[in-house]
Design a protein around this ligand. Structure first.
Ligand SMILES: Cc1cc2nc3c(=O)[nH]c(=O)nc-3n(C[C@H](O)[C@H](O)[C@H](O)COP(=O)(O)O)c2cc1C
Length: 110
């Protein structure tokens, strides 16, 4: 995300944001500029989905996934799949949920 311009994504039909969570429930430092810029972007024509590696060993499980989901909705994007939080190493069920998320995004573009 450090190389992604939030202002560019309003030109996209769909985006999938993948983020881990750090420092007691925060958006990772390298994603913070991108996250803050999203507040100034109108995603009226952009569909989105969010996923991220997280850890249930922390009290704010996957909170950055929640922050991005809320911000992209606030920025007028259309959420086309439930957000997916993965506890540490992905298991078969996690991979299935990720594939489903991708399927929903692809279907939303037809
Ligand atoms: C210092 C530190 C703080 C973290 N804080 C959180 C947190 O608040 N919430 C959460 O869900 N995961 C938290 N994590 C877990 C990371 O998101 C986790 O390491 C990562 O998702 C696992 O991905 P990886 O296998 O790519 O390292 C934290 C990890 C570290 C090292």
């Amino acid at each position: 995300m450090i190389d992604t311009d939030a202002y560019e994504i309003s030109n996209y039909d769909a985006v999938i944001v993948d983020t881990y969570t750090y420092n007691d429930g925060e958006v990772p430092e390298e994603a913070q500029d991108f996250y803050e810029d999203l507040a100034d972007v109108d995603l009226e024509r952009t569909k989105f989905a969010v996923l991220g590696s997280s850890s249930k060993g922390h009290i704010h499980f996957g909170r950055a996934v929640d922050y991005f989901t809320m911000q992209l909705n606030s920025s007028n994007g259309e959420q086309v799949a439930d957000s997916v939080k993965i506890d540490q190493d992905p298991d078969e069920d996690d991979l299935k949920r990720v594939r489903t998320l991708g399927d929903y995004v692809m279907k939303s573009l037809k």
